[in-house]
Design a protein around this ligand. Structure first.
Ligand code: GCU
Length: 602
């Protein structure tokens, strides 16, 4: 009877879906924290027997209990301590060759010691888990999270023990129609705990997030807002920008919020040429939180893109979040430095972080190096437009992307979609995303990668009802790859909207080291000629404010199966998957040098 009652109690908890998830903490990298990175044990659970019983009901006896036999006759058919280990953070596809193509559930377990401190809260933080996570601490469900590229965190103060703890995560990367992204996408479905895991220590009342934005009318002042984790009135927060000679204290209102204006005498604006960052210290009670903040303005004036009031051309490149050594998901400062060094070799001042929010190291490193960023949520291709859960998921990912990076000066564009099919349900879905993004952050530009809809007699006209919901008109075109490169010189372009234009993708594939005539598909000469024709063609587009050719480096994709050429790689990179520059790299580099000179003169 006891066992039956316990089962009922547990299943009630599971079905109640304990939700310890709390709003995302901003600036995690600079907070007091303990890392849970390192060796985790893992069990591959193809039929999710660690979660469901044989009638497909959630079982109270799941793997999340980390149960051990108490008596010789006890039957327990799993043992994490006998299971293999994986270094976390990492995707599983490149860490265990049996898992290269695997799409399904893996269970991860990490045992750790913790010493609780009086009056301190403990927040469990994941940089990202792809795609769905159920998180259990000491056998208790903290919550379920969906979305593979944004952070989430749980208040575990009442669950974490003084001494030995065990953390178990059920990770499932199965593709599903209702997911964001949906079942098909042209990148590798890297599953796992793909970014850092921390326990963050906070006071009972702490600074949850904040935002600093310079007045774009030219007044020498900064607008700021600070959110505490609780509706505590009268909490004093001291804001210090030493270099700006700002040192002021404000108190929170009954919602636990503070907002106001900070005046300054002199300030150097952040720019690609001079990526100036200012140290800021926020002090609440005995705790301080430091950050580095850059100030700049980004606006449009008709078809012009203005950074700090000066017209700019975005010399960009698209990038997938993949290590440069073939090792799967990029997730470290070193990965960021490597990928950005290649972009800088190309002459870039801008990167399109496709097709999902990249890790925070990438955005912060780009900010330090003066590289502007387009950040995007994976509303990609044929999303389940009429599913309310899908919209809610997309909004969550958008909110989490913005909340994580809203203090990064180099992020100038939030992108809400890529190559989505026209139609009423798509426009209803995307217009809500656009309005939601603007409600969260009115200081940045909204865009999305559209597609040219008509190209009769070489006249390409872009018409998209979403034009009124974006600040920058961006579109992908593949003249020379999916259409004949010899048509390029005959092409004319019509983008009938008085907004800046970015070509968010163009390009073609080549297998590094394969040489031949320029009409021979897959040769470097074919790709080189394609780039020559394309830069000549796009130079004529009225209002072109930038481009992010597809793509920096060859990347893994299950959709690219041509043996001896693709071998599960999309070969459109200007670098090979081994970091070798293809001939087209130099075409793009030369063109960007020309564009830089042209705009430096303006
Ligand atoms: C599309 C898509 C990319 C894809 C590329 C290609 O434009 O946006 O994700 O990889 O085309 O076909 O290589």
């Amino acid at each position: 009877m006891k066992r039956f009652l316990t089962a009922l109690t547990l299943s009630a908890v599971v079905s109640a879906g304990f939700a310890q998830e709390i709003p995302q903490l901003g600036n995690v990298l600079n907070r007091e924290k303990t890392s849970l990175n390192g060796a985790w044990n893992y069990i591959v659970d193809v039929q999710e027997e660690g979660y469901y019983d044989y009638r497909m009901n959630p079982t109270p006896w799941g793997f999340f209990l980390n149960a051990k036999p108490q008596r010789p006759e006890d039957l327990i058919e799993y043992d994490f301590d006998k299971a293999p280990q994986m270094q976390i953070p990492s995707d599983w596809n490149t860490k265990d060759e049996k898992l290269f193509f695997y799409e399904g559930t893996l269970w991860f377990k990490k045992s750790f010691n913790y010493s609780k401190k009086a009056n301190k809260r403990a927040v469990l933080y994941f940089g990202a888990v792809n795609y769905e996570a159920y998180v259990y601490l000491n056998g208790k469900l903290l919550g379920r999270h969906e979305g593979g590229f944004t952070p989430f965190n749980y208040d575990v103060t009442d669950f974490i023990k003084d001494g030995e703890n065990f953390l178990i995560v059920k990770v499932d990367n199965k593709r599903k129609k209702a997911n964001v992204p949906t079942q098909i996408f042209d990148w590798w479905n890297y599953g796992g705990i793909t970014r850092d895991v921390y326990i963050i220590e906070t006071d009972d009342v702490y600074i949850e997030n904040y935002n600093f934005v310079i007045d774009k009318t030219g007044k020498k002042q900064i607008y700021f807002s600070i959110d505490l984790n609780k509706n505590e009135e009268g909490k004093a927060v001291q804001i210090t920008f030493p270099e700006l000679k700002i040192n002021r204290t404000f108190t929170s209102n009954s919602d636990g919020k503070i907002s106001g204006v900070l005046k300054f005498k002199d300030l150097t604006l952040w720019s690609p040429e001079n990526p100036k960052l200012y140290s800021v210290i926020l002090k609440l009670d005995e705790s301080t939180l430091k950050d580095e903040i850059g100030f700049r303005t980004i606006e449009t004036d008709g078809k012009k893109l203005l950074l700090n009031g000066k017209q700019i051309f975005l010399r960009g490149i698209s990038i997938h979040e993949e290590k440069t050594n073939g090792g799967g998901r990029a997730n470290s400062v070193e990965d960021a430095k490597q990928l950005l060094s290649w972009a800088k070799e190309l002459g870039c001042n801008f990167v399109r972080l496709a097709h999902y929010p990249h890790n925070e190291f990438m955005v912060r490193e780009a900010e330090k190096e003066g590289i502007l960023v387009w950040s995007e949520i994976p509303v990609y291709w044929t999303i389940d437009w009429e599913n309310p859960a899908t919209l809610s998921n997309a909004k969550n990912q958008l909110k989490d992307m913005i909340n994580r990076d809203k203090n990064r000066a180099n992020v100038i564009i939030w992108s809400i979609a890529n190559e989505t099919p026209h139609g009423q349900t798509r426009e209803k879905f995307l217009s809500q995303l656009s309005e939601y993004a603007k409600s969260l952050d009115s200081t940045r530009l909204i865009s999305m990668a559209m597609e040219v809809t008509s190209a009769a007699n070489y006249h390409n006209k872009l018409q998209d009802n979403m034009n009124k919901y974006v600040d920058v008109i961006s579109f992908n075109q593949y003249i020379g790859w999916y259409r004949d490169v010899n048509d390029a010189p005959k092409m004319t372009w019509e983008i009938p909207y008085n907004k800046p234009v970015i070509i968010s993708e163009f390009g073609g594939g080549a297998k590094y080291g394969y040489h031949g005539a320029k009409n021979q598909r897959w040769t470097e000469e074919f790709q080189e000629n394609l780039y020559q024709e394309n830069v000549a063609m796009i130079d004529k587009i009225d209002g072109l404010a930038g481009t992010t050719p597809w793509i920096l480096k060859d990347f893994r994709s299950p959709r690219r199966v041509l043996n001896d050429v693709q071998d599960y790689y999309n070969r459109k990179g200007l670098f090979s998957d081994k970091g070798e520059k293809k001939k087209a790299f130099y075409v793009m580099k030369n063109w960007y040098e020309k564009k830089k000179q042209e705009y430096d003169k303006k």
